[in-house]
Design a protein around this ligand. Structure first.
Ligand SMILES: [Zn+2]
Length: 374
């Protein structure tokens, strides 16, 4: 046993374990907490009082009991802290607030064209500040603001290291944080989508996450963590060359997976996903053909990545609501036709993330570090 553990550490540990046990269970009684954590009732009581004083937990009714006194139920206060997610897109900005359980409590959408000038950053910041004011919560409860960007970001979230889509390489978080009074961080949008998936599911382990939106974004998940690699571009399969003679990609090269497997590659100008899939599901031959050829390219890419990482693949992004099980089955068949290692086991799944998964994923890191600090 580590002899450096002090009495203070044990006290902090009990406090923390009790909070996290209540967090994981919707409601618990004092006795159940004592039983599950093997603690004495006075120790549990003392910590419950402290947690209640700090407004982190609250009494919430009583448990039914056939004998004796009914036990008081304790539950966490989800709104004890709030985190803000902002998704920066070319023509839009999504803003939302989540509570400690990751539940969206309010959201807003702005139509504003991205531009690398202070008036843009000020306008977005003012909109975020006004959004926060409309929540009517104490300032100290706001943990921070995460900005999801279609770009690679430094591990500390303070700068953009590669941002060709919005032409914002080198951008410092200061452009927003100088107008805001909360901690601010940048996060890569594909990583945000994967973060939300990890938050919802605790059984992922290792997986490849493909966020298929206007642009394609990949993320590698290892041990339930997003693996960034030495320079932070692990998993950016969107720039893997599929066709050396192919169409130009925004990265400056040709025939990247992005040019064949993104929503921009699938749709024609002014076509919407909704319209496209209506035609596909109605069996219109020309649309079926386009969808089939998209799945061919996706299968080729998935097979290549699968040979490097023999793990589950999760398909997320804006395309998710339109995908169905027969698409996934067809994709499996197409991968099987190509691969050196055909298998009957399915390994491609549709994401379980809710709508606004990217924006939620930009807010989650602040919640995670707060929960870790208790
Ligand atoms: Zn590229």
């Amino acid at each position: 046993m580590d002899t450096n553990i002090t009495f203070k550490d044990i006290k902090k540990n009990n406090y923390s374990s009790i909070y996290h046990l209540i967090y994981q269970n919707e409601k618990l009684s004092k006795q159940e907490i004592a039983n599950q954590l093997h603690l004495s009732l006075p120790t549990v009581t003392q910590n419950l009082v402290r947690l209640e004083e700090e407004n982190l937990i609250a009494k919430s009714g009583q448990f039914e009991s056939s004998v004796g006194r009914r036990a008081t139920a304790y539950t966490i206060c989800p709104k004890a802290r709030i985190s803000i997610g902002v998704e920066i897109l070319k023509k839009k900005v999504h803003i939302l607030a989540i509570d400690l359980l990751g539940v969206v409590i309010e959201k807003k959408e702005l139509s504003i064209d991205y531009s690398n000038v202070d008036s843009y950053f000020k306008e977005v910041s003012d909109a975020v500040e006004a959004f926060i004011s409309s929540l009517n919560v104490e300032k100290r409860k706001i943990l921070g603001i995460g900005f999801a960007v279609q770009a690679l970001t430094a591990t500390d979230g303070q700068t953009i290291t590669y941002g060709k889509i919005l032409n914002c390489t080198g951008l410092d978080i200061h452009v927003f944080s100088q107008h805001l009074t909360y901690p601010c961080m940048f996060f890569h949008d594909a990583k945000c989508a994967a973060t939300t998936e990890l938050w919802i599911r605790n059984d992922i382990g290792d997986a490849v996450y493909l966020s298929i939106g206007t642009h394609l974004g990949g993320a590698i998940i290892i041990n339930d963590q997003i693996y960034m690699g030495k320079d932070g571009f692990s998993g950016t399969v969107e720039h893997m060359t599929i066709d050396p003679e192919g169409l130009p990609c925004y990265c400056g090269k040709r025939g990247c997976m992005e040019t064949l497997c993104s929503v921009s590659a699938l749709l024609e100008e002014d076509e919407s996903l909704e319209f496209f899939f209506q035609q596909v599901r109605s069996g219109i031959p020309s649309y079926l053909e386009r969808w089939n050829s998209f799945l061919d390219h996706l299968a080729l890419s998935i097979n290549n990545i699968h040979l490097v990482i023999n793990r589950e693949f999760i398909l997320g992004g804006h395309i998710t609501p339109y995908l169905n099980e027969s698409d996934i089955q067809l994709l499996h068949e197409k991968v099987d036709e190509r691969t050196a290692f055909p298998s009957n086991e399915s390994f491609i799944y549709i994401s379980r993330s809710p709508e606004y998964g990217v924006t939620i994923g930009a807010a989650i890191p602040f919640i995670q570090s707060f929960l870790n600090s208790i």
